[in-house]
Design a protein around this ligand. Structure first.
Ligand code: ADP
Ligand code: 5GP
Length: 211
């Protein structure tokens, strides 16, 4: 029986280390497919089109929405971000665990459309370290950092909608924890209904046959 892929949503405050964590996960384990989102924000230094994001104009983004080409999309700090549908569906079909690194409004939409999705929230070890990491990344102006810190206050109110938190203190430990949670989810009762029902039927047949 081929294992079905799990749709894994990873959210967390900007600067918590989601991107770093995702890169480390992909480097260390095989069965993950990382969805590349579409965004209207400008690339940061070092970011490549098609790698971190598909960087598009507002018009191109709106066209994609019109074509129903996105699983979900949201506005975050004045820019649009969305998950292209095709890649997600193909990879799940191939049995890959598909990771969506998206913010909270998008995560809630995914949960509505795919109730079996696994929702994880990445936290820094402390709020102080969050600010230090945001500043240390050196990619945003002080105004944008302030905006993202205020957004973190709002996002912290929604954590109860998630299944698990991940504390990104030591990157390697956090990566292993993430992989363990996804691995355990593959064995959950509700993700194995078909196997369980087949077993029940086989048991019935065997027991009746033995009479
Ligand atoms: P996000 O994708 O959540 O916005 P990033 O992955 O860009 O966050 O990380 C923000 C900054 O924090 C980066 O400079 C990154 O190198 C650093 N960082 C990420 N994880 C850790 C960690 N476990 N310990 C220390 N610094 C980290
Ligand atoms: P950044 O500009 O730091 O790359 O991303 C800003 C926020 O947008 C992060 O919280 C990130 O997880 C989120 N994000 C990235 N891609 C998507 C997406 O496709 N959909 C949604 N809803 N949020 C996204």
């Amino acid at each position: 029986m081929r294992r079905k892929g799990i749709l894994v949503v990873v959210s967390g405050f900007s600067g918590a280390g989601k991107g770093t964590l995702m890169k480390n996960l992909i480097k260390n384990y095989d069965n993950y497919a990382l969805s590349v989102s579409m965004t209207t924000r400008s690339p940061r230094e070092g970011e490549e089109n098609g790698k971190e994001y598909f960087f598009v104009s507002k018009e191109a983004f709106e066209e994609k929405v019109k074509q129903d080409g996105l699983v979900e999309y949201a506005c975050y700090c004045d820019n649009y971000y969305g998950t292209p549908r095709e890649y997600v569906e193909t990879q799940l079909g191939m049995g890959k665990d598909v990771i969506l690194e998206i913010e909270i409004q998008g995560a809630l939409k995914v949960k509505e459309k795919f109730p079996a999705a696994l929702l994880l929230f990445v936290m820094p070890p402390s709020a102080k370290q969050l600010k230090q990491r945001l500043a240390g990344r050196g990619t945003e102006t002080p105004e944008v950092i302030e905006k993202r810190m205020r957004r973190a206050v709002e996002e912290a109110r929604g954590i109860e909608s998630y299944d698990y938190i991940l504390i990104n203190d030591d990157l390697e430990i956090c990566t292993k924890e993430l992989h363990s949670i996804v691995s355990a989810a593959h064995n959950s009762i509700d993700r194995n209904e078909e196997f369980i029902n087949n077993m029940r039927q086989e048991l019935n047949v065997l027991v009746k046959g033995e009479k």
